[in-house]
Design a protein around this ligand. Structure first.
Ligand code: PMP
Length: 415
């Protein structure tokens, strides 16, 4: 395996941090892996893997049910994880933290449950033109069911929300606003504090899709005054299959259950069922117990490094990447927002993004190509897809240099 020099990072000891991640040490095609697909999913540190192993080897048992020793241990660890999540995003109450399968599941829960209770024919749901499909389709489905209309905040050529259009769209008909904090395909950071303030001034609740934010920026749901905040465990160095819906108590109490089954009930007869209290009302069936506990471990890990230090390191790295990519002739950025985080999307000449992705892959550089589950964004820019490099704090400047070299090589081969 050829050794690649790692340029020391000015903010965090990245070289040391990289040792925490077994997969970052695993070669691809006999060369060190350059993993730049972090917006799709992040790699997992050893402590997270050990936490999963510990659960299944030491206290695997069902939660909230058994009086026996193992069940009590599992329940305690699971509820402890809920507490960690509440602390991580500064929720007022632990019961405002609902364990779900991920961001998609969290948004479907709100769209379905909130929609059934609060959407009437003629009402509107306001989303944006840069949403991931998982913050479009659930709203489309419930709007169709309830006779409501889906409205869309447009974007400009830089891939930023057109806030003057938002002001106009924010009418008395809108019952909920659902927007992403950070775009997964453009890297745009949206002014969500302004969005929430304006929506609240009109008496409208806001759901924030935090799938691309939770791992990059500090989140304080109370300071933001978000009504709902959704994220996935696997994007913040935790496992797949688990995610979080934060919801304000006053909304969650008003909303009907999303799914029926065990755990979400207080009492069942064939004549009538009464529902459990928060958060269990929204957690039907055996949850991903291991996933919840291990997500807690992942959050501990992030907290130990510090999300503010992570943000600083990533901002510097992205600036470096942006500068280096800007110097490549015939490269154009798709989305060029003033405030960006996480991902950089681009196209080079007339090279199809898939061809670029394949050539980079053969150099052991993992990027994502395609529409990134944001087809309306691709339609807006009139392109089939983009090449997306997305960064985590464990990425280095040397990896950015390799990406640039890889792109130059693809240009020589294809242009
Ligand atoms: N929203 C955004 C902005 C995303 O980037 C993603 C994942 N790519 C999702 C929602 C969906 O997350 P998940 O697939 O983990 O449910």
């Amino acid at each position: 395996m050829t050794k690649r020099a790692v340029i020391p990072d000015p903010v965090l000891d990245i070289e040391q941090i990289r040792k925490d991640f077994p997969l970052l040490q695993t070669p691809v095609y006999g060369k060190p892996l350059v993993y730049l697909d972090n917006a799709a999913t992040t790699q997992k540190p050893q402590v997270v893997l050990e936490s999963l192993y510990n659960y299944y080897t030491r206290y695997n048992s069902n939660v909230h049910r058994g009086v026996h020793f193992l069940s009590q241990q599992a329940t305690e660890a699971y509820e402890q994880a809920r507490k960690k999540v509440a602390g991580f995003i500064n929720a007022r109450h632990e019961h405002e933290i609902i364990f779900t399968k991920g961001t998609t599941n969290s948004i479907n829960l709100v769209a379905s449950s909130f929609g059934k209770k609060f959407l009437q024919p003629g009402d509107e749901v306001l989303i944006s033109a840069m949403e991931h499909h998982s913050n479009i389709v659930p709203w489309q489905m419930i709007c169709e069911e309830r006779g409501a209309a889906l409205k869309v905040i447009p974007i400009n050529e830089q891939g930023e929300l057109r806030m003057e259009a938002f002001d106009e769209l924010l009418t008395g008909k809108v019952k909920i606003v659902a927007v992403t904090y950070i775009s997964n395909s453009l890297g745009t950071v949206n002014p969500i504090a302004e969005i929430i303030n304006k929506a609240h001034a009109a008496g409208i609740p806001v759901l924030i899709d935090g799938a691309q934010a939770i791992q990059h920026v500090p989140i304080d749901v109370r300071e933001l005054d978000a009504d709902f905040f959704a994220f996935s465990g696997h994007k913040i160095y935790g496992p797949t299959g688990v995610g979080i819906l934060y919801g304000k108590e006053e909304w969650l109490n008003e909303m009907p259950p999303y799914e029926g089954g065990g755990d979400m009930i207080k009492n069942v007869t064939f004549a009538k069922t009464t529902y459990n209290e928060l958060p269990f009302k929204f957690e039907a069936g055996t949850p991903d117990i291991a996933g919840g506990i291990v997500l807690g471990t992942a959050l501990d890990y992030v907290q130990q490094i510090g999300i503010t230090a992570i943000r600083r390191a990533e901002e510097e790295l992205i600036q470096y990447a942006y500068n280096r990519l800007s110097a490549i002739s015939s490269l154009r950025f798709i989305g060029d927002a003033g405030h960006r985080s996480g991902a950089i999307s681009f196209l080079v000449g007339d090279i199809h993004p898939f061809d670029m992705g394949e050539i980079l892959d053969k150099q052991s550089i993992a990027v994502r190509t395609g529409h990134h589950c944001t087809q309306p964004v691709m339609d807006f820019f009139n392109i089939p897809g983009t090449v997306r490099a997305s960064f985590a704090f464990y990425n280095t400047r040397s990896e950015v240099d390799l990406l640039v070299e890889g792109i130059e090589k693809a240009k020589r081969m294809l242009m």
